[in-house]
Design a protein around this ligand. Sequence first.
Ligand SMILES: *[C@@H]1O[C@H](CO)[C@@H](O)[C@H](O)[C@H]1NC(C)=O
Ligand SMILES: *[C@@H]1O[C@H](CO)[C@@H](O)[C@H](O)[C@H]1NC(C)=O
Ligand SMILES: *[C@@H]1O[C@H](CO)[C@@H](O)[C@H](O)[C@H]1NC(C)=O
Ligand SMILES: *[C@@H]1O[C@H](CO)[C@@H](O)[C@H](O)[C@H]1NC(C)=O
Length: 489
Amino acid sequence: MLIHSALIALGATLAAAVQPLEVRNNHFVNPKTGNRFQIVGVAYQPGGAAGYNPELKRDPLSDKDICLRDAALLQVMGVNAIRVYNLNPDLNHDECASIFNAAGMYMLLDVNSPLVGESLNSWEVWTSYYASYLNRTFAVVEAFKNYPNTLAFFSGNEVIDKLESAAAVPRYVRAVTRDLKEYIKKHSDRPIPVGYSAADVREILWDSYNYFTCQIEGEEDNMSQGDLFALNSYSWCGESSFKEASYDDLVEGFKNSPVPIFFSEFGCNTPSPRPFTEIGTIYGPQMTDAFSGGIVYEYTQEPNNYGLVNMTDDGPATLMKDFYTLTDQYKKLDFSKIQDTKVAANNNKAAVCSPKLITTKGFDSNFTLPVLPPGAQKIIDNGVSPKPSGKLVEIKDWKVKYTVHNADGSVLQNLAVKPLADDATNAPGSNSASLTAGAGTSSSSGSSTDTADSAAASESKENAAAVPRSAAAVLGAMAAFAVFAGFAI
Ligand SMILES: *[C@@H]1O[C@H](CO)[C@@H](O)[C@H](O)[C@H]1NC(C)=O
Ligand SMILES: *[C@@H]1O[C@H](CO)[C@@H](O)[C@H](O)[C@H]1NC(C)=O
Ligand SMILES: *[C@@H]1O[C@H](CO)[C@@H](O)[C@H](O)[C@H]1NC(C)=O
Ligand SMILES: *[C@@H]1O[C@H](CO)[C@@H](O)[C@H](O)[C@H]1NC(C)=O
């Protein structure tokens, strides 16, 4: 308390903060250290679609107690980022953003929602591109641009899901990307990357990638070029391999990308429970040059059965088998190696946009983008009005108020978010909790409780590097993958 008052007296900021990241070529980079950043993320949408309800005035980042519970659990897992799909820009997100920031986690945010007027539609896209729609996307930017842990905005998610929707949608998604980048350039203190989250439907993947990452000749500052390209990929199922999951094709196709590439969703759930054997590969030497990590789908158990945590309603939660397995897989990684490498001086060139880049008949090859709809230029010039605005706030109590059960029914004791040091990002070992050993998979290496000894490390500035792990486990796993006969999907 005294120390805290002293800090206030010195004019120190309320909360330690993660370092806002930048895009340099095909990497996310911490500009302070020059190190590249790999996304170790989880999709976060408690309540599923119902978790976003404009009428009930709630979205996934609007309830402090829920965010505390989930940030603590995600911290225990070792993740450093969340993806949130459906946000209401008019709610106050200060407490949740501050909690995830202090927990060392970045936020990747979709500016759209499934509601009419809040996203482009795939079938008559031109009917959904109008000023109040754009205003909504800009409002999300306004609401989140001031948080240091806002890592990126998705301008669209799987709007192109099959070839039929690829005829006209791409130019609209590219136009929305342009509009968001214009808005950010005018109204944000720092550049925040904007890009598209694509369906990993191989028939349209490469054309999507080319369409969104090429540069239109003569376009000022390449405003419509995506700053990143992400894909929702479910090709690794069960005990698969680099080849069998056709990750090799992905690496081959993306290795010269001019912008960061990552999985905006992954985690095939057939079979279930999941072994998450792809973790060692995604963060291993075959992938990390081309990929900047990925986001596991998804935190909460919903009817589609991808959950790590089961909660019937807001409140008590129960960890599921996948939670332990994924936690164990992350623990096998050498985080210091993954996160603390200098960026290779690479200078991948973007292709110049041209119909020749598009290889599939029926996929949009017209790069004459739709002009701004009536009224939109005024919003870009003057800003959204009234303007939502976010800021970090002080969190006084980090203790989780809801009960969280292990899979075996026991209660996790003393669950709390551990605020990390300034500039630290979360990594396995930063937060220990009484995960019940034995609830995990038989393949898990050691008891999950062995993180206890590194709890103190969270106070250290070197936190992200505090849990060096042998690369042997990863290499061993790689060798095992090699015995599977590979076939591309
Ligand atoms: C723009 O967004 C703000 C913030 O959500 C909202 O209050 C305002 O009504 C919107 N304006 C238009 C024209 O849609
Ligand atoms: C924009 O794209 C052109 C190629 O079309 C490239 O030469 C130029 O450097 C790019 N400018 C920026 C600001 O990225
Ligand atoms: C989640 O919890 C509810 C209520 O406790 C239970 O009925 C349901 O079976 C659980 N789901 C799973 C997948 O464990
Ligand atoms: C591309 O789209 C623009 C605007 O809709 C249109 O004027 C132009 O004719 C199209 N070009 C081709 C080759 O279809």
